[in-house]
Every structure is written in structure tokens, then in C-alpha cells.
Design a protein. Structure first.
Length: 136
């Protein structure tokens, strides 16, 4: 099994654990880091919209808690017939820890896949390079 396929499998295994009682739209995400470790996350909704958490943000939080900060690859699966891309906020969160060439594979519930780079998903991203040097 390829690294991409195993990462999609991890996202798919996480997806049923999502807490989505309002939208019923469950999302699972998996991140492989530069060290090869895999971290997963799911969306967690809240009655007080928009206080929920996206699956990608959950996986990023788990990665940071695990002491890692370099994303090598991302996989996302959602309850849709078409591949589900990360929302705009999650694209920015992913970009914080991933270079523009990092691949993000999105998969539908029917197995349809679409792979794009972080740079394709978020052209013109705001990065730490935009921050003033005195903010270190």
C-alpha cells in the first residue's frame, strides 16, 4: 500500500468518529509529518455555530501536541459524492506547517479522489515571511 493510500485509509478510519449531530456531514483528516508519523482528526460540531472544529484543525492540533510541526502530506475524506476540499481557514492552518508543494488528497464517500498542492489550494498564502522581523 502506498503512503498516500495508507494516509487516506487513516482519514477514512477517523471519519465515523466525527461529532456532527447538526449537519450530519462527517469529515476525517490525516496528516503525515516529515518524520513519518500520522495524526488524525475529525470535525466536532457545536450547537453554538460557528464554534465547531474542522477535522484538519483537529489533526494539526494532535500533530503539534505530538511535538511535530512539519506536514509532509494531508488526506481528507468527507460525506459527499465529490472530493471535499479543506475550508479556507484550514487551508491557511495547513500552510502554516506545510510548504506550497505538499500534496493534499481529498476523497469522496464513493472513493473519488482529487490531489492538489497546498499552493494550488491557497495561492498567495499569508506566511511567517510576511511577519515583521521584530515579531520573533
Amino acid at each position: 500500500m502506498s503512503l498516500r493510500a495508507s494516509l487516506l485509509e487513516e482519514a477514512a478510519k477517523a471519519q465515523p468518529k466525527a461529532y456532527a449531530p447538526y449537519s450530519k456531514f462527517r469529515v476525517g483528516a490525516a496528516i503525515r509529518t516529515a518524520s513519518g508519523a500520522v495524526y488524525t482528526g475529525v470535525n466536532v460540531e457545536n450547537a453554538a455555530y460557528p464554534e465547531g472544529t474542522c477535522a484538519e484543525a483537529g489533526a494539526i492540533a494532535a500533530m503539534v501536541l505530538g511535538g511535530e510541526t512539519e506536514i509532509a502530506e494531508v488526506a481528507v475524506i468527507g460525506d459527499s459524492d465529490e472530493p471535499v476540499p479543506p475550508c479556507g481557514g484550514c487551508r491557511q492552518k495547513i500552510r502554516e506547517f506545510a510548504g506550497p508543494d505538499v500534496k493534499v488528497t481529498m476523497m469522496s464517500r464513493t472513493g473519488k479522489e482529487l490531489t492538489m498542492t497546498v499552493g494550488e489550494l491557497l495561492p498567495g498564502a499569508f506566511t511567517p515571511d510576511h511577519m515583521p522581523e521584530h515579531m520573533e
